[in-house]
Design a protein around this ligand. Structure first.
Ligand code: ZN
Length: 148
């Protein structure tokens, strides 16, 4: 390689390095936008399913556990129609395959007050998915306030 060729080659390598860094940056930004858009779509799926439950469209496909968590609706409210006991289930802590539909959770739940008092397993009804945001004030922000 002549001196001129070597300089030219070094310049090309440098250009490629700069464009590599730019591409990584653009890809990361595009992924962030895509993730935000997907989370918004999942949140809309959850809101639509809540509405379907409310109006009695029980055949409407429910979001999966993974979609509910990704959409920020990770709390499932259930209610036993027999004793009126209501409970909030954190889907993030549920030991179920993440690709399972939230609607199928009903098959794995039973009302504990009813089991205690009646000795019978009663399935609670699914009421709706609730946004996770409601839990946040109980977290670090409250602790931070106490510390100050
Ligand atoms: Zn009950």
């Amino acid at each position: 390689m002549s001196g001129g060729d070597r300089k030219h080659f070094a310049r090309e390598i440098h250009k490629a390095e700069v464009s590599f860094a730019n591409l990584l940056e653009q890809a990361a930004a595009a992924h962030a936008v895509a993730d935000a858009a997907r989370a918004k779509a999942y949140a809309l799926d959850c809101a639509a399913w809540n509405t379907a439950l409310f109006i009695g469209e029980l055949d409407h496909a429910s979001p999966t556990i993974a979609a509910a968590i990704a959409g920020g609706f990770s709390l499932l409210e259930v209610r036993c129609e027999h004793c009126k006991h209501t409970e909030m289930i954190d889907l993030a802590l549920v030991v179920q395959p993440r690709d399972r539909q939230v609607a199928l959770m009903r098959n794995f739940l039973y009302c504990s007050p009813c089991q205690r008092t009646l000795g019978r397993k009663r399935r609670p009804n699914l009421v709706c998915l609730r946004p996770t945001d409601g839990l946040k004030p109980v977290g670090p922000s409250r602790r931070a306030k106490r510390a100050s």
